[in-house]
Design a protein around this ligand. Structure first.
Ligand code: GLC
Length: 488
């Protein structure tokens, strides 16, 4: 090869290697390569399953205010009931969750097979669940409880090798003068505008941002050991590139390994994408993304919400998400006494039992090489055939979402992968005793069930048309049995 050509190839390759993290607008951090960002995300891709915890003063209100019960998500009670700050502060005077047990919560995450845990350190109500010098409206200074759950949970997680992260509402703050307030579903939100209900909320956003948000994020990243993720939320219009990059730089400067969640800013690419709340994409999706989800219909505890998801349902969602390339961040909402509702504990422990047997097919697993298992676009509606539907942006979470699609999901099986292995998660055990796959490009050298301790080989018939595996008459797992195909 000509010398000059060789040199230009080398130059081209080295410039490709130093391409900055995808989509970062010019002049903004991160000043790093894609490879550097990917290495920060390595543990997160391996983890797949995390625990979200929404816990705060709203947990004590439990959906109710002055005898009225409010619809919707419980942590928005201050907004929904338009509670004046001084009245909301009285909840703090009563907040004494003596049943809070960081060890038990972290143990629950571990029993569920969850590898990271993210606690609401400050939600939109402005109340900090950690001791803060920057603002006295916090659990240590404003409650009879006086303990610091961020400290206790960070320690309990560290003991168990669970990564610990914090949720922080960077834009919305309903208790601080100048904090942003979401202005409703039907209005676009390009600019900051406040539907205040208390004169005390009046103020300048930058004053709030510089005197509360930035210092509190600094405290969180300085005082509690390694923080694995800062989970920012509701990037209203105020969270422009300039302000968002201030937060981002602060996090990177204090803890370079800490991940920044996808809801920092609408204009700002952070470490991974967060789907809309409870949103699971129809199809497989490249890149780093996560579905944050509830176990009932609220994040913060509500006394009348008993709409609990079962272990079966959560296992399906976990497998579905992992097979599409995502992470599942599943919420618990402990009550005002610090108790995790029993049905959510039962569901999570059921998932943990399944993961004990089948974890190899989840942790660090890759996406399906197939795709037909996800579902079909109904042929009867050709005009609605396209699945590439217009995106719309969720006003609250800032995530891009698809319009409700015409896609008809199938739930018989899903597939995840490890090098040299295909894992078929079978939710509907075939009555004819055979599992058929249309096309596997590599040779299947062995097939067995993960639930079989002996891993006895099952009969495989492979032709150009596809692969057929002879299964035992009865599924070893009533929820999902995982068939492993080793390939060459
Ligand atoms: C939404 C809500 C919020 C909740 C979050 C969890 O953005 O504003 O209450 O914390 O979703 O994903």
């Amino acid at each position: 090869m000509n010398h000059a050509i060789l040199i230009s190839i080398i130059l081209l390759l080295s410039s490709l290697a130093s391409i900055q993290a995808a989509d970062a607008p010019a002049g903004l951090p991160p000043k790093e390569t894609v490879a550097q960002r990917d290495s920060r995300l390595a543990w997160w891709h391996e983890a797949k399953f995390g625990m979200f915890i929404h816990w705060g003063l709203y947990s004590l209100a439990a959906g109710e205010w002055k005898g009225g019960y409010y619809s919707g998500i419980g942590e928005w009670i201050m907004y929904k009931a338009r509670i004046p700050i001084a009245e909301y502060e009285q909840l703090a005077a009563r907040f004494n969750p003596v049943k809070f047990d960081a060890e038990a919560w972290a143990q629950l995450a571990q029993d569920a097979g969850m590898k990271y845990l993210i606690l609401t350190s400050k939600h939109h109500d402005g109340f900090a669940m950690f001791g803060s010098k920057a603002d006295a409206f916090n659990i240590v200074d404003a409650t009879p409880f006086k303990r610091d759950p961020v400290r206790e949970l960070a320690a309990a997680c560290a003991k168990r090798g669970i990564k610990f992260g914090v949720y922080y509402s960077q834009a919305q703050d309903w208790a601080a003068p100048g904090g942003a307030i979401w202005k409703g579903q039907h209005e676009a939100d390009p600019v900051y505008e406040v539907p205040q209900w208390d004169p005390k909320q009046k103020g300048d956003f930058d004053t709030y941002f510089n005197s509360k948000a930035l210092p509190q994020v600094r405290e969180l990243l300085s005082n509690y050991g390694p923080i694995a993720v800062v989970w920012f939320d509701t990037p209203l219009g105020v969270m422009n590139v300039e302000r968002a990059s201030k937060l981002e730089k602060l996090v990177r400067g204090l803890q370079p390994d800490c991940l920044v969640s996808g809801r920092l800013s609408r204009d700002f690419k952070s470490d991974y994408d967060s789907s809309g709340d409870n949103e699971i994409p129809d199809l497989s999706r490249a890149g780093a993304w996560e579905t944050p989800a509830t176990l009932n219909d609220t994040w913060g505890f509500k006394k009348n919400d008993h709409h609990w998801k079962t272990s079966d349902n959560v296992i399906f969602k976990l497998v579905d998400i992992v097979s599409k390339g995502g992470n599942y961040l599943l919420n618990i909402g402990p009550d005002g006494a610090g108790v995790v509702p029993q049905p959510s504990q039962d569901t999570l422990r059921g998932v943990g039992r399944w993961l004990k047997v089948n974890g190899e097919a989840i942790y660090g697993a890759g996406r399906t090489p197939f795709g037909e298992e996800f579902g079909v676009v109904p042929k009867s509606q050709p005009e609605k055939k396209s699945r590439v539907e217009k995106q719309w942006r969720c006003e609250v979470c800032g995530a891009n979402q698809k319009r409700p699609s015409t896609f008809e999901p199938l739930t018989h099986w899903r597939c995840t992968t490890q090098p040299g292995k295909l894992f078929i998660h079978i939710f509907d055990w075939p009555e004819d005793g055979k599992f058929q796959l249309s096309a596997v490009k590599d040779k299947v050298v062995k097939a067995y069930l993960l639930a079989d301790p002996k891993r006895a080989a099952l009969k495989v018939t492979q032709t150009e048309a596809g692969v057929s595996i002879a299964l035992p008459a009865k599924a070893p797992d009533p929820i999902a049995s995982v068939l492993c195909l080793e390939t060459k």
